[in-house]
Design a protein around this ligand. Structure first.
Ligand SMILES: Nc1nc2c(c(=O)[nH]1)N[C@H]1C(S)=C(S)[C@@H](COP(=O)(O)OP(=O)(O)OC[C@H]3O[C@@H](n4cnc5c(=O)[nH]c(N)nc54)[C@H](O)[C@@H]3O)O[C@H]1N2
Ligand SMILES: Nc1nc2c(c(=O)[nH]1)N[C@H]1C(S)=C(S)[C@@H](COP(=O)(O)OP(=O)(O)OC[C@H]3O[C@@H](n4cnc5c(=O)[nH]c(N)nc54)[C@H](O)[C@@H]3O)O[C@H]1N2
Ligand code: SF4
Ligand SMILES: [Mo]
Length: 637
């Protein structure tokens, strides 16, 4: 039997899925052919999802840890226990002693109802910032007043597309058909990445700047443009604040010195600058790499500034795209008013925040995330979660975080789920609907919180079926056909963002920055490399669709010592610890970088990049500095 639903994973695309079910088993997942985004193909990680759906790690019943051992318990027992522990923590220690952490394991809007529960029950402690997109979103909100994009198809109106630290082939695969069409039409593609991603093979020009120096490159380009006829848009002053200050900032350091800081040859940088100058309109695809750094938000601000002063904003084919407003049509009209939490913990610094929490956390509730593997300083988080009186984790599978739980509650996978979804890589809205029965006793989280609400004196708070909640949470302006499975473009979403150069800032103009992103300094003495653990085609963060490798592949530059041969083992170490990796030498990788897959498991697999990474926030926006941990490699004979 073939049934359709929508992928709810943390991914820009939000694909339309065709699931083949045979005798109650998921046999295959394919992309719907006649879908405007999916176009008949899926990424490898979801194509291989049937393996994960039926894996032995699947959670099928509530599990309670008693004397260190997990034991199945019934739902009524589990829910009674949760209700009792929640009330005890709140009444004896105050609502701030409860911490609810939610990540993006399921991107459905109905997950907002879990926040509503905790806000009404407490309000309780929640996270602040966003380790994923926080820095980039903050930057674009400062510059443009809103972080949003033109339709991806508008890239075909560009003459040049700059893929600035974005791994399209791995992380945003449904942008590829558009990029390939652009190439066919003769639109120039420039890639800028310290890692030779597959984009390097399709780019007309691919440069490998030193990690974290993109701000220097952008400012050097502004400085170059300011010396060229019409390099700076003659009307820029009409739609930009701080134009002169921004241009002065760009010129405050000689262009050659900036290019040198990027580790690039002047000739190659000038080739890029010339292409950028001569091909307008142009778009920049701002990836997630450059912003996840100590200078990340300021770096995105100068990229935005570059686009603005050169006239590449607010026109067809001229977009600086980082993110899409996926929640534009999410309505709070059926929800109680939002309440301020009594306390917040920085997501990027969750480990130290838990360690030093005053008052301490008595009960932690983890929704759709694996912080004991995916947040920086993950080992500290795991240790702290284990110390907390009562930790509840709701997930579909065993993870490093469920390994820290006192109680594990099983919930639905993407083929069992029922929700409403918006995308952060396009402007479409969709629903997911179950194509299979839940495995074992796995339950929708709406049901879990409805049952809890009854037990803690919040009867009626979340009453309604998933379908009713989808209807309530969807803005009235949206065609209701979406609820029956049609893909609907968000009404009013911009085909061309900030068209006519009107920006939702206080003055209506782009707010150019006047602050220079610092050049990253190195602790090169003992730890000569920077660890970059990036998205891998076969995994969604820590969720692998194939068995993860025993030893992760650590890619190093061909300039590394010759004795470090391909296939040999080495120990990868930061000042926090280390694990074994298998080396692979790669051409054109920046010599400062050790490249690993993100994900991994410190507890089950023996390797987890975040065990080596310090908890550090980006300059603004509460992002995490994932990609600049100093590390070294010690070959194992
Ligand atoms: N297969 C797969 N796809 C995924 C995910 C996954 O886990 N697996 N994760 C999803 C998630 S959570 C997200 S947020 C999105 C985003 O996905 P991510 O994979 O997080 O981000 P990308 O922008 O695609 O990739 C980051 C790129 O930035 C580059 N980079 C790093 N530092 C720098 C720098 O200083 N300068 C420059 N110029 N480049 C740099 C990296 O080499 C890499 O090519 O994709 C999603 N897609
Ligand atoms: N070193 C390094 N670390 C990184 C990154 C990096 O590039 N490098 N990327 C960062 C980024 S961009 C992100 S977004 C984070 C991702 O971090 P997480 O969101 O913690 O990533 P996942 O490992 O995908 O964990 C999601 C969990 O949700 C579960 N899940 C799936 N569906 C549901 C559901 O409906 N309900 C519930 N309760 N659970 C569900 C999944 O089984 C999985 O265990 O990782 C960050 N960590
Ligand atoms: S993870 Fe992304 S690309 Fe893969 S099927 Fe889901 S939405 Fe599509
Ligand atoms: Mo992310």
């Amino acid at each position: 039997m073939i049934k359709r639903t929508t992928c709810n994973r943390d991914c820009p695309d939000v694909c339309a899925l065709e699931a083949e079910i045979v005798e109650g088993r998921l046999v295959s997942l394919k992309g719907v052919k006649d879908d405007p985004v999916t176009k008949g193909f899926l990424c490898p990680r979801t194509t291989r999802f049937p393996h994960r759906q039926h894996s032995p790690d699947r959670l099928t019943t509530p599990l309670r840890r008693i004397d260190g051992e997990l034991q199945p318990i019934s739902w009524p027992e589990a829910l009674d226990l949760c209700a009792q522990k929640l009330k005890e923590a709140r009444d004896d220690h105050g609502p701030e002693s409860i911490f609810h952490y939610k990540s993006g394991g399921n991107m459905g809007y109905l997950r907002a109802l879990i926040d509503v529960f905790f806000a009404q029950f407490g309000p309780v402690t929640v996270k602040r910032g966003d380790i994923c997109s926080g820095a980039g979103e903050w930057a674009q909100e400062q510059d443009f007043g809103l972080c949003d994009s033109s339709d991806p198809e508008d890239l075909l109106n560009s003459k040049l597309i700059v893929v600035w630290g974005k791994n399209i082939h791995t992380s945003s695969v449904h942008l590829l058909p558009i990029i390939m069409e652009a190439k066919k039409q003769g639109i120039k593609i420039v890639g800028l990445d310290p890692v030779p991603t597959r984009t390097s093979r399709i780019a007309d020009l691919f440069l490998c700047p030193r990690p974290g120096t993109d701000g220097q490159l952008a400012l050097a380009l502004v400085s170059y443009l300011s010396s060229q006829p019409n390099g700076i848009d003659p009307e820029a002053a009409d739609y930009c604040e701080n134009l002169e200050e921004f241009l002065a900032l760009a010129r405050s350091t000689p262009l050659e010195k900036r290019v040198e800081a990027c580790g690039l040859k002047l000739s190659e940088a000038l080739e890029f600058f010339k292409l950028y100058h001569e091909n307008r309109p142009s778009s920049i695809l701002v990836g997630w790499g450059a912003p996840r750094r100590a200078n990340g938000a300021l770096t995105v601000r100068v990229m935005d500034g570059l686009a603005a002063v050169s006239g590449n904003v607010g026109l067809p084919g001229a977009c600086t795209s980082f993110y899409f407003q996926r929640k534009r049509h999410f309505s709070r009209r059926a929800l109680p008013a939002e309440v301020e939490p009594p306390r917040t913990f920085s997501e990027a610094r969750l480990g130290p925040e838990l360690q030093h929490a005053d008052p301490p956390v008595r009960l932690a509730w983890i929704t759709a995330g694996n912080p004991a593997a995916m947040l920086p300083d993950s080992r500290t988080i795991a240790e702290e979660l284990k110390k907390i009186d009562f930790t509840v984790v709701v997930d579909t599978h065993h993870t490093d975080t469920t390994a820290c739980a006192d109680l594990i509650l099983p919930t639905l996978t993407l083929v069992e789920d029922d929700d409403l979804l918006g995308a952060y890589g396009n402007h479409y809205l969709r629903v997911s609907q179950p194509v299979m029965n839940p495995a074992g006793e796995a339950r929708h989280e709406l049901w879990i919180f409805q049952e809890l609400a009854k037990r803690v004196g919040l009867e009626g708070l979340l009453e309604g079926t998933p379908r009713e909640w989808k209807e309530r949470l969807l803005d009235p302006s949206v065609d209701r056909a979406v609820l029956d499975g049609e893909v609907i473009r968000q009404p009013g979403a911009p085909k061309v963002v900030f068209q006519n150069r009107v920006f939702p800032t206080p003055t209506g103009k782009v707010r150019l920055t006047t602050v220079e992103p610092p050049v990253p300094q190195g602790e090169f003495h003992k730890f000569p490399f920077r660890l970059m653990a990036l998205s891998h085609p076969d995994s969604q963060s820590s969720q692998w669709s194939v068995e993860p490798p025993e030893y992760p592949e650590a890619q190093i530059s061909e300039q590394a010592p010759e004795a470090w041969r391909c296939g040999s083992l080495a120990r990868l170490e930061s000042r926090k610890g280390g694990f074994s990796v298998r080396l692979r030498r790669v051409a054109n990788l920046h010599p400062e970088v050790v490249l690993l897959p993100k994900g991994g498991s410190g507890m089950f697999g023996g390797w987890c990049p975040n065990d080596l990474i310090d908890a550090q926030e980006t300059d603004h926006g509460g992002g995490a500095c994932f990609y600049e941990q100093p590390v070294r490699l010690v070959p194992i004979e």
